[in-house]
Design a protein around this ligand. Structure first.
Ligand code: UDP
Ligand code: MG
Length: 319
C-alpha cells in the first residue's frame, strides 16, 4: 500500500436534492483538508450512489462530476432498492480502486470530523474495519432512540453479533471489501455482515447530528423490513424457541395425562372427556414439537442457500 491511502467516501442518496449541495460542499472540503494534511492520497474521491431517486438527485451528482470529475464520481441505480443494497453497490464498486472506503449518510448526521481518527486506525493500527459508534443520539426522537436500543439488545439476545449504537458509518479496507463480496445473500444487513468478516477492528466515537436538510428517507415500513432482515438473516433462534416450546408442552401434557387418567380411574369424569383429553394433549404437543424439528431443517437449508464463505483468509506466507 502507498504511504498515503486512496480513500473513497461512499454516500447512498435517495431523493436527497435538499441536502446534496450542502453535503457536496462539506465532503469536498473534508476531502481537500485530508489531502492537504497528507493523510490520504490526492487520488481520493467521493462516490455517490443514486438509489432510484425521483427528484433532482442524479442531476446534481452529474453536475458535480462535470465540475470536478476527479473528486466526484457517481452510480445511478435503475430503481429504488433500499439503503442497504444501494450502499452495498457503492462499496463493492470500489474494490480495486481505493485502499479503503468510508460509508456515510447523505444527510451528514454522521460527523465527518472523525474520519481523521478512522484513517489513523487504518493506517497506524492496521485496522481493516473501523466502526463509527454514536456516543449519544440526542438529536433522534425518543421513539427512534428507544426502539433502536431495545432492538439491538434483542438482536444480541438472539445471538446476532453486532456493535451497539453503530449505524453504517464505517471504514472498510479493500481486502475486507473483497471478503464482503463473497457473501452472496440478497437480504443485506450490512452491520451484521461486516461482523462476520473478522480482521482487526476498532471503534471511534462520535455525536450524531441532526439531519442537515430534508426529511428522513426511512419510512416506518422500510424500518420494519430492515429490522426483520437483521433478525432473519442471522438468527434461527426464533425457530429453536418453537422446539423448546414443543418440549415444554410435551412435558406438561404428560403431567396433565396422569391427572386425566387419575380422574377417570376414580370415576369423576363424564363419558368421553378422558379419551378426548388424551388425544388432544398428545397431538397438540407433538405437533408443536414436530414444527420445531422441521424448523431446524428449514433453518439449516436457509443458511446453506446463502452459501456464505466458510472462511476468509487474512494473510498467507508462501515461497
Ligand atoms: N437511503 C437510500 N435508499 C432508501 C432510503 C434511504 O439510499 O431507500 C439513504 C438516504 O439517502 C441516506 C441514508 O440512506 O443517505 C439514510 O437515510 P436517512 O438519513 O433518511 O435515515 P435516518 O437517518 O432517518 O435513519
Ligand atoms: Mg439520517
Amino acid at each position: 500500500m502507498a504511504p498515503q491511502p486512496i480513500l473513497s467516501f461512499v454516500v447512498p442518496c435517495y431523493n436527497e436534492q435538499a441536502v446534496l449541495p450542502h453535503t457536496l460542499r462539506e465532503l469536498l472540503a473534508t476531502l481537500g483538508g485530508l489531502v492537504s494534511e497528507g493523510m490520504i492520497s490526492e487520488n481520493s474521491y467521493l462516490f455517490f450512489v443514486d438509489d432510484g431517486s425521483q427528484d433532482d438527485t442524479w442531476n446534481l451528482i452529474e453536475k458535480a462530476h462535470a465540475e470536478n470529475p476527479k473528486c466526484v464520481r457517481g452510480l445511478k441505480l435503475s430503481r429504488n432498492v433500499g439503503h442497504q443494497n444501494a450502499l452495498l453497490a457503492g462499496l463493492l464498486g470500489q474494490i480495486g480502486r481505493a485502499d479503503a472506503v468510508i460509508s456515510l449518510d447523505a444527510d451528514l448526521q454522521d460527523n465527518v470530523a472523525i474520519t481523521k481518527q478512522m484513517i489513523n486506525c487504518f493506517v497506524s493500527s492496521g485496522a481493516d474495519i473501523v466502526f463509527g459508534v454514536r456516543s449519544e443520539r440526542a438529536t433522534d426522537t425518543v421513539f427512534k432512540r428507544k426502539t433502536a436500543q431495545w432492538y439491538y439488545r434483542f438482536l444480541r439476545w438472539l445471538g446476532v453479533e453486532i456493535v451497539l449504537d453503530h449505524g453504517d458509518f464505517r471504514l472498510i479496507s479493500d481486502r475486507a471489501l473483497r471478503a464482503l463480496a463473497q457473501f452472496g445473500e440478497v437480504h443485506v444487513f450490512l452491520r451484521g455482515l461486516v461482523m462476520q468478516l473478522g480482521f482487526k477492528t476498532e471503534l471511534v466515537y462520535f455525536e450524531r447530528k441532526p439531519r442537515a436538510y430534508g426529511e428522513t428517507k426511512y419510512t416506518l415500513s422500510k424500518m420494519l423490513a430492515f429490522a426483520s432482515d437483521g433478525i432473519t438473516s442471522f438468527s434461527i433462534r426464533p425457530l429453536r424457541v418453537v422446539t423448546t416450546l414443543g418440549l415444554i408442552l410435551f412435558a406438561l401434557s404428560i403431567v396433565a395425562l396422569i391427572w386425566v387418567l387419575a380422574a377417570w380411574l376414580v370415576g369423576r369424569t363424564i363419558e368421553g372427556w378422558a379419551s378426548l383429553m388424551v388425544i388432544f394433549l398428545l397431538v397438540s404437543s407433538f405437533q408443536t414439537l414436530a414444527l420445531g424439528i422441521i424448523g431446524e431443517y428449514v433453518g439449516k437449508t436457509y443458511f446453506e442457500t446463502k452459501s456464505r464463505p466458510r472462511y476468509i483468509v487474512e494473510k498467507e506466507l508462501s515461497s
